[in-house]
Design a protein around this ligand. Structure first.
Ligand code: FRU
Length: 534
């Protein structure tokens, strides 16, 4: 028998122990909740993000059997860049994503850098043995050990194939398929079926130029030409090219577009994506007359904002010949590894439709607009044909009591009037404010995120206001604004000029207002939508 005293001691000990366990449990729950809150705080509502850890460039995108596949540069073990894998996700509607297991792992030949994928319907590669349709991915092997040893030849091109629609991948036994010729930056193969010359073509970035290769079987590649040493912006290394034919809007003419990212050296500093328009004879790309000697400070940028990089287009879509489906990485190498998200880092832009427009001065401009699937998730909250702006006070366009400001799609038209500056201000109760708009005097758009919340994680994040020259000349500016928790995507003049930037407010944004330097003006075709995902 235990003495009463001893029994009490045991009971007290049990209670203490229970409390310790209980409070430990409570403590870890609190910690868990904090982690979950921290993790979800800046996670976008309608933009693609990795489930966890680091992500950069979109890779290997193709459409097959009703599904859009997206692969991406991924380091699953950490929240900054590391040994690269290809992450994988699929979507049917471009907004609701299903996360898949990692598709391609690094191996003894190196990390798996950026690249592309195509559906080889005719089995030109011969990888299919039982009537399957092979999907061929081409990527850059980055041999980090060889780089450390001081070799220049540490990047080469390799392929992998999938016989189950992209679920699992086998690396080709004779990799690499293109050896390094002695160029340090030699990467990011983008393949395209050339239906005009009946061949596969592949573009590759090589330091300060684009290399063009052709192939009949996706395994043997022949270098056929190069472009760009003296064309366009060269403030940094050329990376992540894309090259495709596209029908000019409203015409029977077909042109070829070369998309070429570079880092640094973008229009507003850091990473950015320029484009060239021209003709292709099956071997050589020749830019159109208006782009013949394109200077360093040209205005042919796919996006003028600081956060749309390494973007490329999907292969094998069923879009008409005048459209291409595009997605970009919504960050900038200047600060990508420092942005204040926890547990994951980086998101993609929304998928966009590219089109090519020939202007009255014979220049060609690449337009980008939200892919039309956005209509399927847009719920109209408010619309008005004309709004007369009266003098004085700012005009509140949207407010969190009516619509969530981080799932917002807003459209309107603004008149181009003598001396008219327009400033939109997205703000919250904490005093954070993101400003953007248009100035008549300079005929340009701007984004100013210097007061937008957390900015001091990197000096380059908000040191300058970003600008974009307006190239349209109509006297109405079409404005489309997409707002998520941490990003703004601005499509002006039906996508002729685009600006994409990220921001990290101290609390949710709750109001969008508009002010102007002129007293009276009319806003036309005003529409507010809330974006609603399943
Ligand atoms: C572009 C890039 C590519 C490279 C990849 C590595 O952001 O530098 O050139 O393949 O990222 O992750």
């Amino acid at each position: 028998m235990l003495s009463i005293q001893f029994r009490n001691v045991i009971i007290i000990l049990l209670i203490i122990n229970f409390n310790v366990v209980y409070s430990q449990q409570l403590g870890s729950d609190v910690a868990l909740n904090t982690t979950i809150n921290e993790e979800s705080r800046y996670r976008p509502n309608f933009h693609f993000t990795p489930l966890k850890s680091w992500m950069n460039d979109p890779n290997g995108m193709y459409f097959y059997k009703g599904k859009y596949h997206l692969f991406f540069q991924h380091y699953p073990e950490g929240n900054t860049w590391g040994p690269m894998h290809w992450g994988h996700a699929v979507t049917k509607d471009l907004y609701n994503w299903e996360h898949k297991p990692i598709a391609i792992y690094p191996d003894e030949k190196g990390f798996i850098f950026s690249g592309s994928a195509v559906v080889d319907s005719e089995n030109t590669s011969g990888f299919a043995k039982n009537g399957e349709v092979p999907i061929i991915a081409m990527f850059t092997y980055h041999d980090a050990d060889a780089e450390k040893e001081g070799l220049e030849t540490f990047q080469s091109q390799a392929i992998a194939y999938s016989l189950d629609e992209g679920e699992t991948w086998v690396k080709y036994k004779n990799n690499p398929v293109i050896n390094n010729p002695g160029i340090r930056d030699f990467r990011d193969p983008k393949i395209q079926w050339d239906n005009i010359h009946h061949q596969w073509i592949m573009v590759l970035s090589a330091k300060n130029k684009t290399l063009f290769y052709s192939s009949k079987n996706l395994k043997d590649w022949k270098l056929v030409s190069e472009f760009g040493k003296e064309a366009g912006a060269h403030g940094g290394v050329w990376e992540c090219p894309d090259f495709f034919p596209i029908r000019v809007e409203g015409s029977k003419e077909t042109k070829w577009v070369l998309i070429q990212s570079l880092n640094p050296g973008a229009f507003n500093s850091g990473s950015g994506t320029q484009y060239f328009v021209g003709d292709f004879d099956g071997k050589k790309f020749t830019p159109v007359a208006s782009q013949k000697e394109l200077p360093e400070n040209h205005s042919y940028w796919l996006d003028f904002g600081k956060d749309n990089y390494a973007g490329v287009t999907w292969s094998n879509t069923n879009l008409p010949e005048n459209k291409r489906l595009f997605i970009g990485w919504m960050s900038n190498w200047q600060y990508a590894e420092k942005v204040p998200t926890r547990g994951w880092r980086s998101s993609m832009t929304i998928p966009r439709e590219l089109s090519l427009v020939k202007k009255s001065d014979n220049t060609y401009r690449l337009f980008s607009e939200p892919a039309k699937q956005i209509d399927g998730i847009s719920k109209l909250i408010y619309s008005k044909i004309t709004i007369n702006k009266s003098p004085g006070s700012k005009m509140v366009l949207a407010n969190s009591t009516e619509v969530e400001m981080d799932k917002l799609r807003l459209k309107l038209q603004l008149p181009v009037l003598e001396k008219a500056n327009y400033t939109f201000n997205l703000s919250n109760e904490k005093g954070d404010s993101l400003k953007f708009g248009y100035s008549f005097h300079e005929n340009r758009f701007f984004i100013d995120r210097s007061d937008s919340g957390k900015i001091d994680f990197s000096e380059s994040f908000a040191e300058n206001i970003s600008f974009a020259p307006r190239s349209a000349s109509d006297n109405l500016i079409e404005v489309e604004i997409l707002l998520d928790k941490t990003s703004i995507e601005l499509f002006y003049d039906n996508g002729e000029t685009v600006m994409t930037e990220i921001f990290f407010p101290n609390s949710s944004m709750s109001k969008l207002d508009l002010s102007s330097s002129i007293n009276h003006f009319k806003i036309k075709d005003f529409k507010i939508y809330e974006l609603q995902l399943n």
